[in-house]
Design a protein around this ligand. Structure first.
Ligand SMILES: C[S@@+](CC[C@H](N)C(=O)[O-])C[C@H]1O[C@@H](n2cnc3c(N)ncnc32)[C@H](O)[C@@H]1O
Length: 304
C-alpha cells in the first residue's frame, strides 16, 4: 500500500492486507488490531465492519488508516491509537500520559467492592459520614470511577490522586465521560499528601493503590509497547518497593484503625510488602490471584 499506488480499497480487502502486513511485522493480534484501527477510522463498531465488507474507503479515510498502521508498526499500543480502553465494562480515555488499564487491575476493584460491603454492614446511615475511599496513583482514574459506578452513591465519597498533572486531567475527563463528577474528586500531588488540606488524618476507610512497581533495571528490557507508557507510571525504584514503603508510611497518618488497604502488587514482591505491613500493625491479609494464577492483589486491614 504505497502512496503512488492508485487503488480503491474495500473494507474486507484492507483488513486482509493489514492482517498480513501486521503478521509479517510480528504483531500478535494482527487481525484484531487491523479491525480495531479500521473501525476507529471509520467511526463504526468493529462488528459493523462485517456488514460493510464491500464499502470503499475515501481518500481521507485511507490516509488516516495509513498513519495509524504506521504507528502500530512502530510499537504504539492499540489503546493509544484508538485513544480509549475498556475497563470493568466502562470506556476510559487514554493518552500516553497515563498507563493503559490492565485486566488484572479489575481484581483490585472486585476486592474493594467486597471489603466495601463489609464496611456497609457497620456503617450507620448518616448523610454527613460517608464511607471515604482514596485511590492514589490513580492514572486514568479507572479504579475510583469504576468504584463510583458500582457503589451506592449515597454511602460513599471517593478521591483519586496522581502526581502527574496531565494524568489528573485525563482522570477528570474520564469522570465526566462516565458521569461520576459528583462522586469522585481528583487531586494533584504526592501519594496521600493532598489529603492534608482537607484535614482527613485518620478519616479514610479504604485506600486503594496500583503504584509503579517495576524495578528500574527491567525498564530497558520491556516490550516496545510497554516502553510507550509513561516511565513515571512504571518505575518502582531499585527494588520495585519504593512506593509501597512510602504509601504504607503515609497510610498510617490517613487510614482509620479498622480501615482497609487494597494494593495491586508484583507477585515477586509479595513477601517483602507483607512483612512491612505486618511490622506496621496491619493484618487480616487476603491475597487474590490473577488470571495467570499469580499473586496480584493484596488487601489488608489496619489493626492498630
Ligand atoms: C501503575 S500506574 C497506575 C494507574 C492506574 N491506577 C491503573 O491502575 O491503571 C501508576 C500511577 O502513579 C502515578 N505516580 C507516580 N508517582 C506518584 C506519586 N509519588 N504520587 C502519586 N502518584 C504517583 C503515575 O503518574 C501513574 O499514573
Amino acid at each position: 500500500m504505497t502512496d503512488n499506488q492508485k487503488k480503491d480499497w474495500a473494507v474486507a480487502e484492507i483488513i486482509d492486507w493489514t492482517t498480513k502486513f501486521f503478521k509479517a511485522n510480528s504483531i500478535l493480534e494482527s487481525r484484531l488490531d487491523a479491525e480495531l484501527i479500521l473501525s476507529g477510522v471509520l467511526a463504526m463498531k468493529r462488528l459493523d465492519l462485517y456488514l460493510n465488507f464491500d464499502r470503499l474507503l475515501t481518500l481521507k479515510e485511507l490516509a488516516d488508516f495509513k498513519v495509524n498502521i504506521k504507528k502500530r508498526i512502530e510499537g504504539l499500543p492499540i489503546a493509544y491509537i484508538l485513544g480509549k480502553k475498556e475497563f470493568m465494562s466502562l470506556t476510559f480515555k487514554v493518552t500516553p500520559d497515563v498507563l493503559i488499564p490492565r485486566p488484572e487491575t479489575e481484581f483490585l476493584v472486585e476486592e474493594v467492592l467486597r471489603v466495601s460491603r463489609n464496611m456497609e454492614v457497620f456503617q450507620k446511615f448518616d448523610i454527613n459520614s460517608k464511607i471515604l475511599i482514596v485511590d492514589t496513583f490513580t492514572g486514568s482514574g479507572n479504579i475510583p470511577i469504576s468504584l463510583a459506578k458500582h457503589l451506592n452513591k449515597i454511602l460513599y465519597f471517593i478521591y483519586g490522586i496522581d502526581i502527574n498533572l496531565k494524568a489528573v486531567k485525563v482522570a477528570h475527563e474520564n469522570s465526566l465521560l462516565n458521569q461520576t463528577l459528583r462522586d469522585v474528586r481528583f487531586l494533584h500531588g504526592d501519594i496521600l499528601l493532598p489529603l492534608k488540606i482537607f484535614s482527613l488524618k485518620g478519616m479514610v476507610d479504604i485506600i486503594t493503590a496500583n503504584p509503579p512497581y517495576l524495578k528500574t533495571s527491567v525498564l530497558s528490557t520491556l516490550r516496545k509497547e510497554v516502553k510507550c507508557e509513561p516511565k513515571i507510571a512504571l518505575d518502582g525504584g531499585e527494588d520495585g518497593l519504593i512506593f509501597y514503603s512510602r504509601l504504607i508510611d503515609q497510610a498510617l497518618d490517613y487510614l482509620k484503625v479498622g480501615g482497609y488497604l487494597v494494593l495491586e502488587i508484583d507477585p515477586e514482591l509479595n513477601f517483602l510488602i507483607t512483612e512491612k505491613l505486618e511490622l506496621n500493625g496491619f493484618g487480616e491479609f487476603n491475597l487474590i490471584k490473577d488470571l495467570q494464577g499469580l499473586d496480584r492483589v493484596l488487601s489488608v486491614r489496619r489493626l492498630s
